[in-house]
Design a protein around this ligand. Structure first.
Ligand code: CMX
Length: 435
C-alpha cells in the first residue's frame, strides 16, 4: 500500500518527463496572444500559463483532473454510499490525478487529523485580534501566524535542492489544510459566539470536524459541508485566489505566505466575497418586497433598481463561464432535495428565471447566468450559519485544497518565478500607434 507521498513521487517523475516531451514537441509554438485591449482588460482569456489540477470550460464548467462535478459526486468516496464526496477524496484526486480508494481516503483523513492541532501562539494571536476585523482578515492572520512552522522555509534556508522543494511544499500544505477548519472555527466563535470554543473531534472527517468546531451537530449539514468544500476547491489557474497563490509561491515564498495572499484576493467582492453579498442582497430584496410574494414582475423591477443604482447583481456573471455554473446547479439540486420549501431558496429559484433576462436586456454582461456564489449562502443560512460575513472563510477553507495541490505541482515541475512584461501607455503610443 503506497503512501500519498510515494504515489505522488511516481506521478511527478512521469509528469516531469511528459512536460519535457511536450516542450520538446511544441515549446516554440504560440499558445495565446494578447491584444492591447486584453492588456488593459484584466488579461481576460489570454492563455499564458499551465495549471494541472483543474480546467474550466466556458460552457461545461469546472473539471477537477478531468472529472466534472456530477462525476466527482458519483466516483469520489463519501462517508456513505451515494453521499456527497469527502473533501479528502477530492484532495487525493487533485494531488495525484487518480480517484482514491476508500482506504486511501481514510489514510489521508487520519494523516490530516494527526496534523490538525493548532499551536498555542496561533490561538493566542487569533484571540487577540479585534473582532471588528473582517473574518477574512482574521483568517489570513491565522494562516500567517502558522508560518512559524513552515518546513519549506526552514529547508530552503538550509539549502534544499530545487527538485526536493515539492516535498516540503506538500508537508506544509497538508499541515495547513489540516489546521484550517480550526482556524476558521476560532474566527467564527470569536466573532459571533463570544469566543466560546468547541472541542475538536479528530475522529471526524474534515467537513464534520469543521461544522462541529463551529458549534453545529447535524449530519445533513455535514453532508452539505462535504459538497461545499468539494465544489469550491479549485477553478483553474487564472482566478484571483489561485493566481495569487501561484504568483507569490513562484518567488519561493512558503505555502503559508502564498496561501494567505490567495485569501486576501478571495476576500474581494468581485471574487469570493460575492457569496456574502448575495445573501445581503437577497435579504434587501425581501425587505423591498415588504411582505408581497415575489413574482417575476416585482423581482424584475428590483433587479433594475440595483443595476440603475450602479451596483452589480452579485452571484451572476463570470469572467470565463458562459452558462449556468455547475457548482450552482449541484447546490440547487441539494436544495431541491433537502429544503424545497425554504423561503430564501424559493426566492433564489425565481431569481434564476428573472436575473439572466434582466442582465441580457441590459446588454453589458458577457454572461448573464448565475455562478457558485448565487446559491451557497442560502444553504448555509438554512442550516443555521446566518452570519454572512463568515461565508467567504468557508470558501477559503475549501480553496486550500485546489490551490495548495497546484502549488505542490508548481514546485514539482520547477516552475520559475513569474514575471510577465508590462508596458506603459506611452510605450504603446510610441511603438504601436505611431508605427
Ligand atoms: N451585474 C451587473 N453588471 C455586471 C454583472 C452583474 N452581475 N456582471 C458583469 N457586469 C458588468 C461588468 O461590471 C462590466 O461593466 P462595465 O463595462 O461597466 O465595467 C460589464 O458587465 C462586462 O463585464 P463582463 O465581461 O461580463 O464580466 P467580467 O469578466 O469583467 O467580470 C465578474 C466578471 C464575475 C467580476 C462580474 O460578472 C461581476 O461583477 N459579477 C458580480 C459579482 C460576482 O458574482 N462575483 C463572483 C464570481 C465568482 C467568484 O469568483 O466567486
Amino acid at each position: 500500500n503506497a503512501s500519498l507521498k510515494e504515489i505522488l513521487g511516481e506521478k511527478i517523475q512521469e509528469m516531469r518527463e511528459e512536460v519535457q516531451e511536450v516542450r520538446h514537441a511544441v515549446g516554440s509554438q504560440v499558445l495565446g496572444s494578447c491584444t492591447v485591449d486584453q492588456a488593459y482588460g484584466g488579461m481576460r482569456s489570454v492563455k499564458s500559463m499551465t495549471y494541472e489540477t483543474s480546467l474550466l470550460d466556458p460552457n461545461e464548467g469546472i473539471r477537477f483532473r478531468g472529472y466534472s462535478i456530477p462525476e466527482c459526486q458519483k466516483l469520489l468516496p463519501g462517508i456513505k454510499q451515494g453521499g456527497e464526496p469527502l473533501p479528502e477524496s477530492l484532495l487525493w484526486l487533485l494531488l495525484t490525478g487518480e480517484i482514491p480508494s476508500v482506504q486511501q481516503v481514510e489514510a489521508l483523513r487520519e494523516e490530516l487529523s494527526s496534523r490538525a492541532n493548532l499551536p498555542d501562539h496561533v490561538k493566542k494571536t487569533l484571540n487577540s485580534v479585534p473582532i471588528s476585523l473582517h473574518p477574512m482578515a482574521q483568517f489570513s492572520i491565522g494562516i500567517l501566524t502558522m508560518q512559524s512552522d513552515s518546513v519549506f522555509a526552514k529547508e530552503y534556508a538550509r539549502g534544499a535542492p530545487k527538485n526536493k522543494l515539492w516535498e516540503y511544499c506538500l508537508e506544509d500544505s497538508l499541515t495547513l489544510i489540516a489546521r484550517l477548519p480550526q482556524v476558521a472555527a476560532i474566527v467564527y466563535r470569536n466573532t459571533y459566539h463570544q469566543g466560546k470554543q468547541m472541542e475538536a473531534d479528530l475522529k471526524l472527517d474534515m467537513a464534520a470536524r469543521l461544522t462541529k468546531l463551529m458549534g453545529f451537530q447535524n449530519p445533513e449539514f455535514d453532508e452539505l459541508m462535504r459538497l461545499y468544500l468539494t465544489i469550491h476547491a479549485d477553478h483553474e489557474g487564472g482566478n484571483v485566489s489561485a493566481h495569487s497563490v501561484r504568483l507569490v509561491g513562484s518567488a519561493l515564498s512558503d505555502p503559508y505566505l502564498a496561501f494567505s495572499a490567495g485569501m486576501n484576493g478571495l476576500a474581494g467582492p468581485l471574487h469570493g466575497l460575492a457569496n456574502q453579498n448575495v445573501l445581503t442582497w437577497l435579504l434587501q430584496v425581501k425587505e423591498k418586497l415588504g411582505g408581497q410574494s415575489p413574482t417575476k414582475e416585482n423581482l424584475t423591477k428590483i433587479c433594475w433598481e440595483t443595476l440603475n443604482s450602479g451596483n452589480v447583481i452579485p452571484g451572476f456573471g463570470h469572467a470565463v463561464l458562459r452558462r449556468t455554473d455547475p457548482r450552482y446547479t449541484c447546490q440547487r439540486e441539494f436544495a431541491l432535495k433537502h429544503l424545497p420549501n425554504d423561503e430564501i431558496f424559493q426566492l433564489v429559484s425565481l431569481l434564476y428565471e428573472v436575473v439572466p433576462k434582466v442582465l441580457a436586456e441590459q446588454g453589458k454582461v458577457s454572461n448573464p447566468w448565475p455562478n457558485v456564489d448565487a446559491h451557497s449562502g442560502t444553504l448555509l443560512r438554512y442550516y443555521g450559519v446566518k452570519e454572512m460575513t463568515f461565508y467567504t472563510v468557508l470558501f477559503g477553507v475549501s480553496r486550500a485544497l485546489g490551490t495548495l495541490s497546484s502549488l505542490v505541482w508548481d514546485r514539482a515541475l520547477g516552475l520559475p518565478i513569474e514575471r510577465p512584461k508590462s508596458v506603459t501607455t506611452r510605450w504603446i503610443k510610441e511603438n504601436m500607434v505611431q508605427a
